[in-house]
Design a protein around this ligand. Structure first.
Ligand SMILES: [Zn+2]
Length: 68
């Protein structure tokens, strides 16, 4: 089993070997399920790196909003 990495844009877990797109940011390689996810990350990396991640595919809700 390959080690999975997380697509920070949509929250999906993907295999780096089959990732549709990759993007290196601050010396770290990030993997994405689709070109569109890579483009979104590239446009605003800090948005995805500074919290709000891990919230599933909706993307807009913060984790605490799921409790409401
Ligand atoms: Zn994705």
């Amino acid at each position: 089993m390959a080690e999975l990495v997380k697509d920070l844009v949509c929250g999906m877990e993907i295999d780096p070997a089959t990732a549709a797109a990759t993007f290196e940011y601050q010396g770290v390689m990030y993997y994405f399920c689709a070109i569109g996810c890579k483009d979104a990350f590239e446009a605003d990396p800090e948005k995805y790196l500074s919290g709000g991640g891990g919230g599933g595919s909706m993307g807009k809700k913060r984790w605490w909003e799921f409790w409401k």
